[in-house]
Design a protein around this ligand. Structure first.
Ligand code: NAD
Ligand code: GDD
Length: 329
């Protein structure tokens, strides 16, 4: 059982999903400790009353500091990004194993109540994702294993560690496999951004500068499903509180091609742009979507924010961020 009188720990709290998760927990009156290695001024969100700690969680002592006295743990810290980052930084992605190993050991020793791990759809086997009209991925598609090189192998190893800490040491561990998450207050430039934020930024910049052309990675026929961050936070909390320790998909079942994603953002912006397709850019798998049978059967719920609604909110936020920079100080 979780002890609501003890603070909740969120790691990676200076990042995108972690920032939204902290806000949601505080809104319900929970005491929250937030840990991230980034300087405080780079955190996407700060929420009043949160015990914020700047900690490099690859180090065991930092993990011990983070978990001291907490009840539930949401471990979201990772060195990651979209395809542009994970295809070119496989060693850095794999080094997140230090975070996940030390966090599990420290949390186990500190006898935390429940431990959540943010895994990824990148654990799924490559041969299940070779065509754009792919079948939605079911949880068993992770094995036989051939995940995304680097990042996906680390995620698969770390979710398996959660399983064995539960079996061997009696920890209560929970694992969700997130499918491409998007929304405001996340990375939209700099190389780690994922497709929804990248496309919103490119369209917004073109609209702001009066350009008529944008660059798209790949031929645009590759497919994905994208989950709005509010659904991600809701599902994450449901999974931590739930009874199942088996890894479960947390993603949208609304599959679109990247060209369709661009169409929607152009509609929102009220522009039509010429597309240049960069075929040598990082593309990842050809098709990916989430089969939500398991989450439906276990929790009676699945992510339901439409891509159009979520992109409207994301696009507005990115436009505000870009416009704020244009205003002279
Ligand atoms: P993010 O990059 O915005 O947040 C991750 C945070 O972890 C960053 O703020 C970073 O500074 C922090 N971090 C990195 N190394 C650290 C360290 N050594 N010590 C402490 N903090 C450290 O990413 P996000 O999109 O919020 O993702 C959160 C989690 O969800 C990650 O584990 C990620 O792998 C997983 N995930 C995300 C997506 C997605 O589409 N966003 C998809 C699948 C899985
Ligand atoms: N990032 C990005 N930027 N991708 C683009 C762009 C662009 O400007 N234009 C087109 N794309 C295409 C990519 O080539 C890829 O085929 C597709 O959009 C999706 O790219 P990303 O959003 O970067 O990543 P992903 O869906 O392949 O993987 C992401 O989701 C996983 C979970 O589902 C990554 O964030 C992984 O880290 C994550 O685990």
């Amino acid at each position: 059982m979780s002890d609501p009188s003890r603070p909740v720990l969120v790691t990676g709290a200076g990042g995108f999903i972690g920032g939204h998760l902290v806000r949601s927990l505080v809104a319900e009156g929970r005491a929250v400790r937030a840990a991230d290695t980034k300087p405080f001024e780079e955190w996407f969100q700060h929420v009043d009353g949160v015990d914020e700690r700047r900690l490099d969680l690859t180090r065991r002592e930092a993990c011990e500091n983070a978990v001291d006295g907490v009840g539930d743990v949401y471990n979201l810290a990772a060195d990651m990004g979209g395809m542009g980052f994970i295809e070119n930084n496989r060693a850095l992605c794999m080094l997140s194993v230090l975070i996940n190993t030390h966090m599990l050991q420290a949390a186990c020793d500190a006898r935390v109540d429940r431990y959540f791990y943010a895994s990824s759809a990148c654990v799924y086997a490559a041969d299940k994702q070779v065509s754009a009209d792919v079948l939605p991925l079911v949880e068993t598609d992770a094995y036989p294993a051939m995940p995304e090189d680097g990042y996906g192998w680390e995620k698969l190893f770390s979710e398996r560690m959660c399983r064995h800490f539960a079996e061997d040491f009696g920890m209560v561990t929970r694992v969700a496999r997130y499918h491409n998450v998007y929304g405001p207050n996340g990375t939209f430039e700099g190389g780690r951004e994922k497709a929804p934020a990248a496309i919103c930024r490119k369209v917004a910049e073109a609209a702001l500068h009066g350009d008529d052309e944008i660059e798209i990675w790949g031929d645009g026929h590759q497919t994905r499903s994208f989950m709005y961050v509010d659904d991600c936070v809701r599902g994450t909390r449901m999974i931590l509180d739930g009874a199942s320790g088996t890894p479960v998909n947390l993603g949208s079942a609304e599959m679109v091609s990247i060209n369709q994603l661009v169409d929607i953002v152009e509609d929102i912006a009220g522009v039509r742009l010429k597309r240049t397709h960069r075929l040598d850019a990082p593309q990842g798998v050809r098709g990916r979507s989430s089969d939500n049978t398991q989450i439906q059967e276990t929790y009676g719920w699945e992510p339901s924010t439409t891509l159009r609604d979520g992109l409207e909110r994301t696009y507005s936020w990115i436009v505000e961020e870009l416009q704020a920079r244009r205003v002279p100080a």
